[in-house]
Design a protein around this ligand. Structure first.
Ligand code: GUN
Length: 292
């Protein structure tokens, strides 16, 4: 069994990105600028946005955090998105989800200029992904593709079972793994809450991607010997023995599943760190796509 170490892989990518920034400076080019919009004080969102901004600082990107009260109206948020769309100094931006209930997330996603949509959530970018056209890939699936590449894992002709059909992870990942490119060319089964005989299906998988947010859901009896397992779950579980009062758990019963795998991502330190560097790679790409 080999660990798919997202921590060390993302560190290597951050170094590559720092070098790209240095090269841009030498060439007299603009430094990438990422803006993150956070609405309200959701604990998870605060942590994620904080690490995104910190990573920008580490690699030499410019970054701005715009933190709004959860009382902001939908109109005010849409106006802010419009401002960012038109700000020449902003190369890419994200609006952290979830948003408060009185704001329609779809409206906000649609309002973002696809050329600055480094989250890759806009239908234009999702369409480009399906058609294999240039655009932004959603960060978490893109981070997983990067792990396949960096560990040179064969995906062609393999049976890939994706568990969970979220718009952010499961659905795009199922499309990417089936595309005619590497990593891809897999035979993909997308499973979800209505799937019958889930265990039988997952047992046939050469590659398992679990993205449902249910701690310990994927147990050893569901995994074929030699499978590759990617765990996208990051659920907070109360734990008084921890300084923060919680620990992070993945979807996979790691202790019992890992010995059966050829490769597996740990949680934390697997897919999570890759998501953040993918966002940074997208921001650099935004400059290139926009001819800066
Ligand atoms: N909420 C959970 N994951 C994400 C993400 O990748 N981007 C944004 N904007 N919000 C999220």
């Amino acid at each position: 069994m080999q660990l798919l170490d997202g921590k060390s892989t993302s560190k290597a990518i951050k170094e590559e990105l720092s070098q790209a920034v240095e090269q841009r400076k030498k060439d007299g080019k603009k430094i990438p600028h990422l803006v993150a919009v956070l609405v309200g004080n959701d604990g998870g969102s605060l942590t994620y946005v904080g690490s995104k901004v910190k990573t920008c600082q580490k690699i030499g990107f410019e970054s701005t955090l715009i933190h709004k009260e959860d009382t902001i109206s939908e109109k005010e948020l849409l106006d802010l998105v419009n401002e960012l769309n038109n700000d020449e100094n902003v190369d890419g931006f994200i609006v952290q989800l979830p948003l408060p209930k009185h704001i329609d997330e779809k409206k906000v996603t649609l309002a973002i200029d696809p050329k600055k949509d480094v989250d890759g959530f806009h239908p234009m970018n999702l369409g480009n992904m399906v058609l294999d056209l240039p655009g932004f890939l959603p960060a978490t699936p893109a981070g997983m593709l990067e792990l396949f590449k960096r560990y040179e894992i064969e995906t062609s002709g393999k049976h890939c079972v994706v568990i969970g059909r979220s718009h952010i992870v499961g659905a795009p990942m199922s499309i990417m793994m089936g595309r005619n490119s590497y990593p891809g060319n897999s035979t993909v089964t997308l499973t979800h809450s209505r799937t019958k005989n889930l265990k039988e299906i997952v047992l046939q998988a050469d590659i398992i991607i679990s993205a449902i947010g249910k701690p310990g859901f994927l147990t050893a009896d569901m995994v074929k010997e030699g499978a590759v397992v990617m765990d996208v779950g990051i659920t907070r579980i109360e734990d008084e023995t921890k300084k923060k009062g919680y620990r992070i758990s993945g979807d996979v019963d790691f202790e019992n599943v890992a010995p059966k795998c050829s490769y597996i991502t740990p949680v934390p330190g697997g897919v999570g760190p890759m998501t953040i560097v993918s966002l940074m790679m997208n921001t650099l790409k935004a400059m290139e796509l926009n001819g800066k």
